[in-house]
Design a protein around this ligand. Structure first.
Ligand code: ADP
Ligand code: ZN
Length: 731
């Protein structure tokens, strides 16, 4: 960028605000002037809004009418690299800039001046009398050892009013202290790994260290079976990065995984890093945002939005479990954190490590094409060996109605219980039953706002729509034919599987792990730790458990319905099933004991099931790649999904048809439009949804053509248009 980097008082500056406007706004620089990139508060109508000084103002109108910037916020100005990154990410995802800026400023009070605040920790006193509320406060604080929290945080965690805590302060049970709001994070010591790395690990870690030492951009796919030491190896890259005084970011797909990972970082580097995800408090969020910008945080562990923090000097981004679908943000700004990590790193001369036991076909293809370096860890660490795999042919099992655990599987579970080992029964379906049907008239209970069936959640005693989150009580009368007590659950969810398991193995301790059974991320973490310590014989779980947890006592994995992911028209169905099954199977036998993974299937001869069982990954990928190449779909072609939605069904179809007809800008680049067709879920929250799909060759300027195409149409009133570049799911 050219132009001045500082603006004197009264100079015209162009400000990008977080408000949904399609242009920059001109203001006069405030008293004392301001830097290019400064975070500022500007007047907009009667309001004050957040913005960033993006460049020199345009001028060319009555300067007397231009208002001045209210104030420059107390935060390091946004660096040029970050402004470039937001601009490029916006161009790639076809997102308006204000929405990008909102992503980059999701830190309440980011501009507040440094100040003190009161924090509270456990003191030495005894309360004059005990109450439940008081006990909860003490228990909450003891749980976190010597850590201190704000009044509000404690009140929330313990579920008490702040007056209870104040009462305890007056008796010395809880101590009140003053502390600066935003502390630097403790220094991490890159030091040495406490392990002697194996040859394979050493080779991989040297390659990653060399990448860091180059000071240039590069992406490495670190592929290794679960338990092969990927984490250990990429922590070496983190160490190398920290030793260069550059910052590192580790992205994890699931908040529930952070606890385990943070403990590991503490072991390796002697202190905890900064944390960034929806589970951290507002105060911590702001501290993290500020310290990342000021250089007071060396390592950030977080969710995908941590990519948009204002790093001073980012040297490494690790994307752990890079194939995980949760890296794709599916509402608001539609971006894939894995791809944006590569973009950001390429602009920051940083290295990217994509770690996975089962890489995405995209990353596999990029490595094949030589764009990424590929490193491989083939052996599990120590004596741990990969589990044996087998299929249970469900056509040969005799199962009474409403039962899903075959005799063969039950026998294996029983053997594990007798040996004091754990079993995992995997079913990727939350709730009690996916369908509730009336036995009198056949009516299935659906959501009032979506074209989706309501899922019974017995634990919550509600029916829940997994599309919009709408819930309603479980009725006793059929809403259609009014028959009484004829509604019946059909099919299994994890809760129902839990019931069956308890009935089959009354002596066993059964733990059901599903995100919706836990009030908070913390409760879930606690449960995972307890299970890892052996406090369950049988674990029942959804895909939550497929993601990288360490259960040393687990030696058997039973996949209840291996066919589940194979149906459906999703282009990635086979890839997903393959990854998920391999991941789940990887849970078994992580410590000394060998594991066994059994897949219940009605079609064990299906190519995907066979590939999973034989473990011939390369063969699977090659076949999958050939298939996609033949039809020109990602990663061998480009796609964009367009979803139009409106409460007015006629209006969406009319617009969709019009868009399909006037496709000139797309035809200019040789792209094709498919549709309009009703989206697979044709109605969500009362809005009718119509989908168009654009397919283009690799290497054409797709975004520009899309912008020109969409620009021809007026999106009026209640109509909404969302563009999804490289769509991951098709709903
Ligand atoms: P992955 O990330 O591939 O699943 P991890 O890095 O978590 O693998 O390693 C699996 C387990 O093996 C961890 O408990 C880790 O501490 C241990 N481990 C890995 N490499 C070594 C080593 N060289 N020496 C000792 N323990 C190791
Ligand atoms: Zn719904």
């Amino acid at each position: 960028m050219t132009g001045p980097s500082f603006f004197d008082e009264g100079a015209l500056v162009a400000v990008l605000t977080t408000q949904p406007l399609d242009r920059l706004l001109d203001y006069k620089a405030p008293e004392g002037g301001c830097h290019l990139g400064a975070f500022v508060e500007v007047p907009l109508g009667p309001r004050k809004v957040l913005g960033v000084v993006w460049g020199a103002g345009e001028g060319g109108y009555d300067l007397a009418k231009v208002r001045a910037v209210n104030r420059v916020l107390d935060a390091a100005p946004m660096r040029e690299e970050m402004r470039e990154f937001l601009t490029r990410a916006a161009e790639y995802t076809l997102t308006p800039m204000p929405a990008m800026l909102r992503l980059a400023t999701r830190s309440p009070g980011l501009g507040d001046p440094p100040s003190m605040r009161k924090i509270y920790r456990l003191g030495r006193g005894e309360p004059d009398r005990q109450t439940d509320a008081r006990r909860r406060v003490v228990a909450t604080l003891s749980e976190f050892g010597g850590l201190a929290f704000t009044l509000k945080e404690i009140a929330e965690m313990a579920g008490v009013s702040t007056s209870v805590i104040k009462g305890l302060v007056s008796q010395g049970v809880v101590r009140e202290e003053e502390s600066p709001r935003d502390l630097r994070y403790p220094r991490l010591d890159p030091g040495q790994s406490q392990y002697t790395l194996t040859d394979e690990q050493t080779k991989a870690s040297s390659a990653l260290r060399a990448g860091i030492a180059s000071g240039r951009y590069g992406t490495t796919l670190l592929k290794g079976v679960t338990g092969s030491g990927k984490t250990e190896v990429y922590l070496e890259a983190v160490a190398a990065c920290l030793a260069q005084d550059r910052q590192a970011l580790v992205l994890l797909p699931e908040i529930a995984l952070t606890a385990e990972f943070l403990a590991r970082v503490e072991d390796r580097f002697g202190a905890r890093p900064a944390e960034w995800h929806s589970g951290v408090t507002m105060t911590e969020r702001r501290r993290c945002w500020k310290m990342v910008g000021e250089g007071g945080a060396q390592l950030v562990v977080g969710a995908r939005s941590a990519l948009f923090l204002p790093y001073r000097d980012l040297g490494l981004i690790v994307v752990d479990e890079e194939h995980d679908t949760s890296y794709k943000q599916e509402d608001g700004v539609l971006y894939n954190a894995r791809d944006m990590a590569v973009l950001r790193a390429s602009m920051a001369s940083a290295q990217v490590v994509l770690a996975s036991a089962t890489p995405s076909l995209e990353s596999w293809a990029n490595a094949e094409a030589g764009k990424y370096t590929r490193l491989e860890l083939t052996a599990r660490f120590g004596d741990a060996v990969l589990p044996k795999m087998g299929a249970i042919d469900m056509r040969e099992e005799v199962l009474p109605g409403n039962r899903w655990i075959s005799d063969t599987l039950a026998g294996e579970v029983r053997a594990r219980i007798a040996a004091g080992e754990q079993s995992l029964l995997f079913l990727n379906r939350r709730g009690y039953a996916p369908v509730t049907i009336c036995r009198a008239c056949g009516h299935q209970i659906g959501c009032d706002h979506c074209d989706a069936r309501m899922v019974e959640h017995r634990f919550l005693k509600r029916l829940v729509c997994h599309q919009c989150g709408e819930t309603k009580p479980i009725p006793s009368v059929c809403p259609s034919c009014k028959a009484e007590d004829r509604l019946a659950p059909v099919g299994p969810g994890v809760e129902r599987l839990g019931e069956e398991t308890t009935a089959l193995f009354p002596e066993a301790r059964v733990a059901v792990l599903s995100s919706d059974l836990f009030g908070s991320a913390r409760a879930l973490k606690a449960q995972i730790v307890a299970i890892a310590a052996g406090e369950a014989d049988i674990i029942i779980g959804t895909q939550l458990v497929a993601k990288g947890h360490n259960f040393p006592l687990l030696t058997l994995v039973g996949v209840i319905d291996a066919d589940l992911g194979l149906q459906g028209s999703d282009l990635r169905a086979a890839e997903r099933t393959f990854q998920l099954m391999r991941q789940v199977a990887g849970r078994a036998g992580r410590a000394e004991k060998p594991g066994l993974a059994l897949l219940q299937s009605y079609q064990p001869e299906h190519p995907v099931i066979k590939a999973i069982l034989s473990g011939e990954e390369e063969a699977f990928w090659r076949a999958e790649a050939a298939e996609r190449k033949a039809v020109g779909v990602p990663p061998y072609g480009r796609m964009a999904g367009i979803v139009l939605s409106s409460p007015d069904v006629q209006a969406v179809f009319d617009l969709g048809t019009d868009m399909a007809r006037r496709d000139g800008p797309l035809r200019d680049i040789g792209a094709q439009v498919f549709g309009p067709a009703p989206a697979p879920i044709a109605r969500i929250r009362g809005r009718h949804r119509v989908r168009l799909l654009v397919k283009a060759d690799k290497g054409v300027p797709l975004q520009k053509a899309l912008a020109a195409w969409v620009g021809q149409f007026r999106i009026k009133g209640d109509m909404r248009l969302a563009i999804d570049i490289d769509p991951q799911s098709f709903f």
